[in-house]
Design a protein around this ligand. Structure first.
Ligand code: PLP
Length: 423
């Protein structure tokens, strides 16, 4: 009997490749041990979730005569919400505001679904996606499950894209006959998960020039999930949607209302410049669910209309800054830098990205990781965040969920373990 036949079920290649996402395993570890302080999950702050704002939106929606919001909605998303998203995007890039802007938006079950749709309509098993380094590990795991290869775009010692190394990499792919398999380029452009780094304008422009020079005017997916979550100053860097070097590329810009508002409503969105690409993603979305939860979209619509979304952002930006500082400053005060660890202070997002001394392996299966869990602190091993050639000495810490006191305690526990490993 073929080995994949179990209990009469014969799974597809996709079903067989699908593994439990690492994040689920990390969350289970946290649930199994209530004393564990988890810096692993990319959850948002619990205490500041907009309970009252959502309650009054729900009251308002259910008081109305019309029950339309409890009915199925449109596959592409609610028209008013798409208009509101167009206005929101135009606060960053006013030149994107035109009468048809809302027709390029589509609302998804979190931006995660938009990522899946984009890959589903572009890639076959064996195809290649160029990814940032490090990259969003849930996306990387999705590519593995789809049989799609992630190839990292090389970076320099400061994490900036290294254009000449990228050219060389692309030439190697040409020589090996793999270039035709490159179907898209993906990166997280603002306060990235996991690095908290933002691409600067020059490197963003140069990337388009490098790809064009190699004849690769391919779909670009700009994941701007954290663009709204700056701490004090908005990033002045434009998106690929308005940089002239990217003009000829088919572009999908993704963002979300989960991280900046309510993760539980799971409302995300995309803006696609190519009608054909958009149509195929929408057909596929029709097969997934023929529309994201209409009521959740209506709540967001209401909250944007009455200013609750902007007020929430105004509240959480300084709160995340305080939480980031609680973790960052405790790690410094406890002497982690003296132990040879390095990291940058983020300007937004939810993460610290730490590089351990070169010889220290921080992977999921290592004694270091085990010792941290035993000491009551959990992190995401950096090895998960690389499309290829993963170094073993990085970790991601999230300051999203825990309160400031717990963040300080988690930092103390972590540095204690790190110290026990220093020579
Ligand atoms: C970079 C990035 N993109 C996309 C997502 C998906 O988020 P959501 O589906 O909640 O919009 C996340 C979530 O952590 C993320 O970090």
């Amino acid at each position: 009997m073929p080995s994949q036949i179990k209990s009469g079920i014969q799974f597809s290649a996709l079903g067989l490749r699908a593994k439990s996402p690492t994040i689920e395993r990390l969350m289970t570890a946290a649930l199994d041990n209530p004393k564990l302080l988890s810096l692993a999950a990319g959850f948002t702050d619990n205490a500041s979730l907009p309970h009252n704002v959502v309650r009054s939106a729900v009251n308002e929606l259910t008081r109305r005569e019309s029950k339309e919001t409890l009915q199925y909605g449109l596959n592409q998303g609610r028209p008013l919400l798409r208009k509101q998203l167009a206005v929101h995007l135009a606060t960053w890039e006013p030149q994107l505001m035109d009468a048809a802007a809302d027709t390029r938006f589509f609302v998804t079950n979190g931006s995660q679904q938009a990522l899946y749709l984009a890959m589903q309509v572009l890639c076959e098993p064996g195809d290649i996606v160029l990814v940032d380094r490090p990259s969003y590990f849930v996306f990387l795991e999705m590519l593995v499950a789809m049989g799609v290869r992630a190839i990292s775009m090389p970076v320099d010692e400061h994490g900036r894209l290294n254009q000449s190394a990228l050219k060389q990499r692309l030439t190697e792919l040409e020589l090996s006959g793999d270039r035709q398999r490159i179907k898209a380029v993906y990166f997280v452009s603002y306060y990235s998960n996991p690095s908290s780094r933002s691409l600067d304008e020059v490197e963003k422009r140069e990337l388009a020039v490098t790809l064009t020079g190699q004849g690769l005017v391919i779909p670009v997916i700009e994941d701007a999930a954290y663009r709204d979550l700056y701490f004090s100053e908005r990033s002045a860097t434009p998106s690929t949607l308005t940089l002239s070097e990217w003009a000829d590329f088919p572009k999908l810009y993704l963002s979300t209302l989960t991280k900046p508002f309510a993760t539980g409503l799971k409302v995300g969105y995309g803006y696609c410049t190519e009608p054909d690409w958009l149509a195929r993603m929408l057909h596929t979305k029709g097969h997934h669910d023929f529309g994201s939860a209409n009521f959740n979209q209506a709540i967001i619509e209401r909250v944007i209309t009455d200013g609750g979304f902007e007020r929430q952002l105004g509240d959480i930006r300084p709160m995340y800054l305080r939480k980031m500082l609680a973790l960052h400053e405790t790690l410094i005060a406890e002497g982690l830098r003296e132990l040879g660890w390095t990291w940058s202070k983020p300007e937004g997002g939810l993460y610290l990205w730490l590089e351990a001394p070169e010889n220290l392996d921080t992977g999921l299966a290592t004694a270091f990781c085990r010792k941290c869990i035993d000491a009551g602190v959990l992190y995401v091993p950096g090895e998960l965040c690389f499309g290829d050639e993963a170094p073993a000495n990085f970790i991601r810490m999230s300051f999203g969920v825990l309160g400031e006191t717990d963040l300080r305690e988690a930092a103390l526990r972590f540095v204690k373990v790190a110290r026990s490993y220093s020579v």
